[in-house]
Design a protein around this ligand. Structure first.
Ligand SMILES: [Ca+2]
Ligand SMILES: [Ca+2]
Length: 315
Protein backbone atom coordinates (compact mmCIF):
# COMPACT_ATOMS: atom_id res chain seq x y z
CA UNK A 1 0.00 0.00 0.00
CA UNK A 2 1.14 3.59 -0.67
CA UNK A 3 0.82 6.57 1.67
CA UNK A 4 -1.48 9.09 -0.01
CA UNK A 5 0.58 11.86 1.64
CA UNK A 6 4.22 11.02 0.93
CA UNK A 7 3.48 8.53 -1.94
CA UNK A 8 5.78 5.95 -0.45
CA UNK A 9 5.23 2.21 -0.12
CA UNK A 10 3.94 1.32 3.38
CA UNK A 11 2.81 -1.96 4.94
CA UNK A 12 -0.86 -2.82 4.91
CA UNK A 13 -3.05 -2.30 8.01
CA UNK A 14 -0.85 0.36 9.77
CA UNK A 15 -2.64 3.37 11.38
CA UNK A 16 0.02 5.86 10.34
CA UNK A 17 2.53 6.14 7.61
CA UNK A 18 5.85 5.02 9.10
CA UNK A 19 7.55 7.48 6.81
CA UNK A 20 5.65 10.76 7.16
CA UNK A 21 3.41 9.89 10.12
CA UNK A 22 0.23 10.80 8.22
CA UNK A 23 -2.85 8.90 9.42
CA UNK A 24 -3.91 6.07 7.15
CA UNK A 25 -7.57 6.16 6.19
CA UNK A 26 -8.42 2.77 4.79
CA UNK A 27 -11.22 3.74 2.33
CA UNK A 28 -9.24 6.71 1.04
CA UNK A 29 -6.18 4.59 0.86
CA UNK A 30 -8.09 1.93 -1.04
CA UNK A 31 -9.66 4.51 -3.43
CA UNK A 32 -6.23 6.02 -3.94
CA UNK A 33 -4.80 2.62 -4.51
CA UNK A 34 -7.53 1.70 -6.96
CA UNK A 35 -6.92 4.90 -8.99
CA UNK A 36 -3.21 4.33 -8.95
CA UNK A 37 -3.66 0.75 -10.04
CA UNK A 38 -6.08 1.87 -12.78
CA UNK A 39 -3.61 4.41 -14.07
CA UNK A 40 -0.89 1.86 -13.89
CA UNK A 41 -3.03 -0.57 -15.85
CA UNK A 42 -3.89 2.03 -18.50
CA UNK A 43 -0.29 3.02 -18.77
CA UNK A 44 0.63 -0.60 -19.13
CA UNK A 45 -2.05 -1.08 -21.80
CA UNK A 46 -0.89 1.98 -23.66
CA UNK A 47 2.72 0.89 -23.45
CA UNK A 48 1.76 -2.61 -24.49
CA UNK A 49 -0.33 -1.39 -27.39
CA UNK A 50 2.36 1.00 -28.46
CA UNK A 51 4.96 -1.73 -28.22
CA UNK A 52 2.71 -4.18 -30.04
CA UNK A 53 1.94 -1.71 -32.78
CA UNK A 54 5.63 -0.84 -32.99
CA UNK A 55 6.48 -4.52 -33.20
CA UNK A 56 3.85 -5.05 -35.90
CA UNK A 57 5.04 -1.96 -37.77
CA UNK A 58 8.59 -3.13 -37.41
CA UNK A 59 7.66 -6.59 -38.65
CA UNK A 60 5.78 -5.08 -41.61
CA UNK A 61 8.70 -2.84 -42.30
CA UNK A 62 11.15 -5.74 -42.07
CA UNK A 63 8.90 -7.86 -44.30
CA UNK A 64 8.60 -5.02 -46.78
CA UNK A 65 12.34 -4.47 -46.78
CA UNK A 66 12.93 -8.18 -47.15
CA UNK A 67 10.48 -8.37 -50.04
CA UNK A 68 12.09 -5.34 -51.70
CA UNK A 69 15.51 -6.81 -51.06
CA UNK A 70 14.38 -10.15 -52.45
CA UNK A 71 12.94 -8.47 -55.55
CA UNK A 72 16.09 -6.43 -55.91
CA UNK A 73 18.07 -9.62 -55.51
CA UNK A 74 16.00 -11.33 -58.20
CA UNK A 75 16.38 -8.31 -60.49
CA UNK A 76 20.08 -8.23 -59.77
CA UNK A 77 20.32 -11.92 -60.48
CA UNK A 78 18.43 -11.50 -63.72
CA UNK A 79 20.59 -8.54 -64.58
CA UNK A 80 23.70 -10.51 -63.76
CA UNK A 81 22.46 -13.41 -65.87
CA UNK A 82 21.71 -11.07 -68.76
CA UNK A 83 25.08 -9.39 -68.34
CA UNK A 84 26.71 -12.79 -68.20
CA UNK A 85 24.93 -13.79 -71.40
CA UNK A 86 25.91 -10.53 -73.04
CA UNK A 87 29.46 -11.03 -71.89
CA UNK A 88 29.48 -14.57 -73.28
CA UNK A 89 28.05 -13.32 -76.57
CA UNK A 90 30.59 -10.53 -76.65
CA UNK A 91 33.39 -12.97 -75.93
CA UNK A 92 32.13 -15.23 -78.72
CA UNK A 93 31.92 -12.25 -81.06
CA UNK A 94 35.38 -11.11 -80.01
CA UNK A 95 36.68 -14.60 -80.58
CA UNK A 96 35.18 -14.54 -84.11
CA UNK A 97 36.57 -11.06 -84.71
CA UNK A 98 39.93 -12.22 -83.46
CA UNK A 99 39.84 -15.12 -85.90
CA UNK A 100 38.89 -12.75 -88.73
CA UNK A 101 41.60 -10.35 -87.64
CA UNK A 102 44.14 -13.15 -87.75
CA UNK A 103 42.91 -14.09 -91.23
CA UNK A 104 43.13 -10.46 -92.38
CA UNK A 105 46.58 -10.14 -90.83
CA UNK A 106 47.57 -13.29 -92.71
CA UNK A 107 46.21 -11.81 -95.95
CA UNK A 108 47.96 -8.50 -95.24
CA UNK A 109 51.20 -10.35 -94.62
CA UNK A 110 50.72 -12.28 -97.87
CA UNK A 111 49.92 -9.03 -99.73
CA UNK A 112 52.98 -7.35 -98.23
CA UNK A 113 55.04 -10.30 -99.34
CA UNK A 114 53.51 -10.13 -102.85
CA UNK A 115 54.04 -6.36 -103.00
CA UNK A 116 57.64 -6.78 -101.92
CA UNK A 117 58.14 -9.44 -104.59
CA UNK A 118 56.49 -7.27 -107.27
CA UNK A 119 58.43 -4.22 -106.12
CA UNK A 120 61.60 -6.26 -106.44
CA UNK A 121 60.53 -7.39 -109.92
CA UNK A 122 59.59 -3.81 -110.81
CA UNK A 123 62.97 -2.56 -109.59
CA UNK A 124 64.64 -5.24 -111.66
CA UNK A 125 62.59 -4.29 -114.75
CA UNK A 126 63.28 -0.60 -114.13
CA UNK A 127 66.97 -1.36 -113.90
CA UNK A 128 66.71 -3.30 -117.16
CA UNK A 129 64.76 -0.44 -118.80
CA UNK A 130 67.34 2.06 -117.57
CA UNK A 131 70.08 -0.17 -118.88
CA UNK A 132 68.30 -0.51 -122.24
CA UNK A 133 67.65 3.24 -122.29
CA UNK A 134 71.32 3.86 -121.58
CA UNK A 135 72.27 1.44 -124.33
CA UNK A 136 69.79 3.16 -126.66
CA UNK A 137 71.28 6.56 -125.79
CA UNK A 138 74.73 5.19 -126.48
CA UNK A 139 73.60 3.69 -129.80
CA UNK A 140 71.81 6.94 -130.74
CA UNK A 141 74.94 8.88 -129.84
CA UNK A 142 77.01 6.56 -132.00
CA UNK A 143 74.36 6.84 -134.74
CA UNK A 144 74.54 10.64 -134.60
CA UNK A 145 78.31 10.48 -134.76
CA UNK A 146 78.16 8.11 -137.74
CA UNK A 147 75.54 10.34 -139.38
CA UNK A 148 77.74 13.35 -138.80
CA UNK A 149 80.69 11.53 -140.33
CA UNK A 150 78.52 10.33 -143.22
CA UNK A 151 77.27 13.88 -143.82
CA UNK A 152 80.83 15.10 -144.00
CA UNK A 153 81.76 12.19 -146.26
CA UNK A 154 78.73 12.80 -148.46
CA UNK A 155 79.46 16.51 -148.65
CA UNK A 156 83.06 15.78 -149.52
CA UNK A 157 81.98 13.18 -152.04
CA UNK A 158 79.48 15.58 -153.59
CA UNK A 159 82.12 18.28 -153.77
CA UNK A 160 84.40 15.76 -155.43
CA UNK A 161 81.61 14.90 -157.85
CA UNK A 162 81.19 18.58 -158.60
CA UNK A 163 84.90 18.88 -159.14
CA UNK A 164 84.85 15.86 -161.45
CA UNK A 165 81.56 16.89 -163.08
CA UNK A 166 81.12 18.57 -166.40
CA UNK A 167 79.70 22.12 -166.10
CA UNK A 168 76.66 22.51 -168.33
CA UNK A 169 74.13 25.22 -169.10
CA UNK A 170 70.32 24.90 -168.90
CA UNK A 171 70.19 24.93 -172.69
CA UNK A 172 72.48 21.91 -173.09
CA UNK A 173 70.93 20.07 -170.18
CA UNK A 174 67.56 20.46 -171.89
CA UNK A 175 68.90 18.43 -174.85
CA UNK A 176 69.16 15.32 -172.64
CA UNK A 177 65.95 13.37 -171.75
CA UNK A 178 64.97 13.42 -168.09
CA UNK A 179 64.63 10.10 -166.20
CA UNK A 180 61.83 9.71 -163.66
CA UNK A 181 64.25 9.15 -160.81
CA UNK A 182 64.79 10.93 -157.48
CA UNK A 183 62.71 13.90 -158.67
CA UNK A 184 60.33 13.85 -155.69
CA UNK A 185 62.86 13.17 -152.91
CA UNK A 186 62.55 15.89 -150.27
CA UNK A 187 59.95 18.57 -149.69
CA UNK A 188 57.36 18.92 -152.48
CA UNK A 189 55.34 22.02 -151.57
CA UNK A 190 52.88 21.89 -154.52
CA UNK A 191 52.62 18.09 -154.62
CA UNK A 192 53.35 17.76 -158.35
CA UNK A 193 55.98 15.04 -157.88
CA UNK A 194 58.94 17.39 -158.20
CA UNK A 195 60.75 18.29 -155.00
CA UNK A 196 61.43 21.98 -154.35
CA UNK A 197 65.09 21.26 -155.13
CA UNK A 198 64.14 19.60 -158.44
CA UNK A 199 61.84 22.56 -159.24
CA UNK A 200 64.84 24.86 -158.76
CA UNK A 201 66.81 22.67 -161.20
CA UNK A 202 64.06 23.01 -163.83
CA UNK A 203 63.28 26.67 -163.06
CA UNK A 204 59.62 25.88 -162.26
CA UNK A 205 57.48 27.42 -159.50
CA UNK A 206 57.72 25.19 -156.38
CA UNK A 207 54.30 26.46 -155.30
CA UNK A 208 52.47 25.71 -158.58
CA UNK A 209 52.01 22.13 -159.74
CA UNK A 210 51.39 23.39 -163.27
CA UNK A 211 53.74 26.35 -163.73
CA UNK A 212 52.75 27.22 -167.33
CA UNK A 213 49.05 26.56 -166.75
CA UNK A 214 48.59 24.17 -169.70
CA UNK A 215 46.82 21.46 -167.70
CA UNK A 216 49.86 19.20 -167.30
CA UNK A 217 51.93 19.08 -164.15
CA UNK A 218 55.55 20.11 -164.22
CA UNK A 219 56.71 16.52 -163.65
CA UNK A 220 54.50 15.14 -166.41
CA UNK A 221 56.09 17.62 -168.80
CA UNK A 222 59.78 17.21 -167.88
CA UNK A 223 59.82 13.40 -168.06
CA UNK A 224 57.87 13.52 -171.37
CA UNK A 225 60.24 16.02 -172.94
CA UNK A 226 57.95 19.03 -172.77
CA UNK A 227 58.89 22.46 -171.49
CA UNK A 228 57.08 23.08 -168.16
CA UNK A 229 57.63 26.82 -168.59
CA UNK A 230 55.83 27.06 -171.95
CA UNK A 231 52.42 25.96 -173.14
CA UNK A 232 53.72 25.33 -176.66
CA UNK A 233 57.37 24.29 -176.58
CA UNK A 234 59.16 20.96 -176.11
CA UNK A 235 62.67 20.47 -174.80
CA UNK A 236 65.15 20.38 -177.69
CA UNK A 237 65.95 16.72 -177.13
CA UNK A 238 69.13 15.64 -178.94
CA UNK A 239 69.73 11.91 -178.56
CA UNK A 240 73.16 12.07 -180.18
CA UNK A 241 74.25 14.75 -177.77
CA UNK A 242 72.77 12.74 -174.88
CA UNK A 243 74.69 9.67 -175.98
CA UNK A 244 77.90 11.70 -176.06
CA UNK A 245 77.40 12.56 -172.38
CA UNK A 246 76.69 9.05 -171.09
CA UNK A 247 78.45 8.09 -167.90
CA UNK A 248 79.21 11.70 -167.02
CA UNK A 249 78.28 13.79 -164.00
CA UNK A 250 76.78 17.05 -165.22
CA UNK A 251 76.71 20.17 -163.06
CA UNK A 252 74.09 22.83 -163.69
CA UNK A 253 76.25 25.96 -163.64
CA UNK A 254 73.23 28.26 -164.15
CA UNK A 255 71.36 26.76 -161.26
CA UNK A 256 72.46 25.90 -157.75
CA UNK A 257 75.08 23.33 -158.75
CA UNK A 258 72.47 20.61 -159.01
CA UNK A 259 74.10 17.42 -160.25
CA UNK A 260 72.84 15.06 -162.95
CA UNK A 261 74.16 11.71 -164.01
CA UNK A 262 73.76 10.48 -167.60
CA UNK A 263 73.08 6.79 -167.27
CA UNK A 264 74.73 4.74 -170.06
CA UNK A 265 71.84 2.30 -169.88
CA UNK A 266 69.32 4.75 -171.40
CA UNK A 267 71.28 7.97 -171.97
CA UNK A 268 68.85 9.87 -169.77
CA UNK A 269 69.89 12.31 -167.07
CA UNK A 270 69.24 11.26 -163.46
CA UNK A 271 68.75 13.88 -160.80
CA UNK A 272 71.22 13.49 -157.94
CA UNK A 273 69.71 16.23 -155.75
CA UNK A 274 71.21 17.37 -152.49
CA UNK A 275 74.82 16.72 -151.47
CA UNK A 276 73.69 14.42 -148.65
CA UNK A 277 71.62 12.36 -151.08
CA UNK A 278 73.94 12.46 -154.07
CA UNK A 279 75.95 9.30 -153.37
CA UNK A 280 72.84 7.29 -152.47
CA UNK A 281 71.04 8.63 -155.53
CA UNK A 282 74.03 7.82 -157.73
CA UNK A 283 74.04 4.25 -156.41
CA UNK A 284 70.32 4.05 -157.16
CA UNK A 285 70.85 4.89 -160.82
CA UNK A 286 72.73 1.60 -161.24
CA UNK A 287 69.64 -0.34 -160.19
CA UNK A 288 67.20 1.39 -162.52
CA UNK A 289 65.67 -0.67 -165.29
CA UNK A 290 65.76 1.16 -168.62
CA UNK A 291 62.29 -0.14 -169.45
CA UNK A 292 60.73 1.81 -166.57
CA UNK A 293 59.17 4.11 -165.72
CA UNK A 294 56.52 4.12 -168.40
CA UNK A 295 56.54 7.28 -170.46
CA UNK A 296 53.88 9.83 -169.56
CA UNK A 297 52.07 11.00 -172.65
CA UNK A 298 50.82 14.53 -173.04
CA UNK A 299 48.53 14.12 -176.06
CA UNK A 300 46.61 17.36 -175.79
CA UNK A 301 49.60 19.65 -175.74
CA UNK A 302 50.11 21.65 -178.94
CA UNK A 303 53.80 21.65 -179.83
CA UNK A 304 55.56 24.12 -182.02
CA UNK A 305 57.96 21.91 -183.99
CA UNK A 306 59.72 24.45 -186.13
CA UNK A 307 63.46 24.73 -185.38
CA UNK A 308 63.07 28.46 -185.05
CA UNK A 309 60.47 28.05 -182.34
CA UNK A 310 62.57 25.47 -180.51
CA UNK A 311 65.66 27.58 -180.61
CA UNK A 312 63.73 30.52 -179.25
CA UNK A 313 63.44 28.81 -175.90
CA UNK A 314 65.66 30.51 -173.35
CA UNK A 315 67.34 28.36 -170.65
CA1 LIG B 1 56.83 20.45 -156.60
CA1 LIG C 1 52.34 22.50 -167.37
Amino acid sequence: MICFNCKRQIPDNVPNCPNCGAPIVPHEQIGQEIRVRRWQRWIFYVIFIVMFLSAVAFAVYVYSQNTALLNASVDLKNSLTKTQNDLTATQTSLSGKDTQLQQVQGQVTQLQSDIAAKQSLLDQKLAEVQSISQQKDNVMQQYDQVNSVLSVVNANTFNSLIQMGVPMSFKDLARIPVADFNLGAGTDSDGDGLSNLAEAAFGTDPLKADTDGDGYTDKQEVISGFDPLSKTNKYPIDLKFAASQKGKILISVQGQNEAWYVNPKDNKRYFLGRPADAVKALEGTQKVSTSSPAAITVPAKQITTTPAAASSVQY
